[in-house]
Design a protein around this ligand. Sequence first.
Ligand code: NOJ
Length: 568
Amino acid sequence: MSSARTTHQVRDQVRPAAAEWWRQAVVYQIYPRSFADSDGNGLGDLRGVISRIPYLAELGIDAVWLSPFYPSALADGGYDVDDYRDVDPRLGTLADFDEMTTRLHAQRIRVIVDIVPNHTSSRHAWFREALAAPKGSPARSRYIFRDGLGPDGSQPPSDWVSLFGGPAWARVPDGQWYLHLFAPEQPDLNWDNREVRDEFLATLRFWSDRGVDGFRVDVAHGLAKNLAEPLEPIAGIKNHIDGALPPGSHPLWDRNEVHDIYAEWRRVFNEYDPPRAAVAEAWVHPSRRPRYASPDGLGQAFNFELLEANWSAGEFLRVITDNLSDAQRQGSSTTWVLSNHDVVRHATRYGLPTGDRRDHQTARQWLLSGGTSPRLDRGLGLRRARAAILLMLALPGSAYLYQGEELGLHEVHDIPSELVQDPAYARSRGADKGRDGCRVPLPWTADGPSFGFGAGPAHLPQPAWFGPLSVQAQERDPASTLSLYRDALRWRRTLQTAESMEWMPGTNGQVLHFARPGGWRCVTNFGPGPVPLPHGTVILTSVPFEGSAHSRQLPADTTAWLRPGQNG
Ligand code: NOJ
């Protein structure tokens, strides 16, 4: 690897205009049902979020993104929405939402909500209407209903499969089938239907009028489908991401027509001042991401490549370089994510031995083994997680944090099977342990019935090791992971300048070293042994390394932030 001195000058913009607040924002993801429970029913709620606004303000974030809080039977953790313009009564009311937004805004924290446009829940008024209506009715045409194959129509209409396992079609009593690319409780909407489009435009206005600053768009690459008869088979197609198919030609994912939908959304976003922001959850080939992030579309798109990268200087270098170049081309800012509610927490991923699999795949294997194989080195995982977050927070672009990572939480691996909530577990017949392990309610206090999450037991069981990792246990410890996040976010506000960076000499197969304008530098040693620390004043390190400051050695699996000045 070369010590490339490539400069990524994405945008020379020291103070983003209010309209572009999101470009280098730190966004904290709240999974509301697991954040804080104000009424003791075991589920987190909006008043719980309100009660923790001082915590969020102290953390130093710019925005929160709330995963769905809408009425839902929780067939998929709330991503099965019964009503897009209301709050689940177990989580509060619209008045609570308004109060939460006002109070967050008072702390200069913006609010992003999750929009789930690919599918409704099967309890949504439209789907109930569709079930009660006859074949071929307008009510059915809001969804994707088809007759089955075979003489009696008992075979699904196509070979399409659900992402949670099994066929993507379910049969209704009159013999027709409907499409669900996720759980059967999540029927896919038909985005060729004008009524569907108008309904979502109205929903975007509904939340924008309530002061919401932006939207995270669920499965943004799935809305447009090729529904021409006969339905196109997917047998033989590996996926739409590996680049083997002509771009945009998969019948279900990442079709070009999807951008017509987002062009309409953009017109709605731009009716507001500042324009509402949006970020696409689009699992697409990197070359296709700029379309989602275009200023005429959603404006920003997640890149999950850092989350999928192994703990390796080479992989991080490639991901960072490629994504900054992409952002430059697309006129957007890039996004960085290490954890979210869908993946094994990164402290755990980094604590498992890198074998011939990707770390995130090894982690799923580890979950399946009940947390026994391969052996997890918790200390190493946390040490690397702390190094990774300092690296990530020094990069230009937006940083998305997932609740609990600031506590250094590991994945919970021992949720008893009868308590597992994720549909992926049952639908895969246990071959996939699902995502509950990163959705376990947060520990706020070192003890108590649910470690301060609520007055009673939490909706997913918390392990005993949560106590020492609680907010209470870490708050006053300057060496804790929570303190590291707080310090890093405070420094980032001071140091963050133009949206650019430059690789510095010393970048090689073990070390990444880069500079931001104004002299802020970040150096990460991916191991295995110590390396010389570049010159400059040490501002912050991912783990304390007394003595090394004098010997000017950066230990393995450690990041340091530096600025010009005397060594030391
Ligand atoms: C992506 C969400 O992040 C995930 O949690 C959900 O299961 C699927 N979309 C389906 O909505």
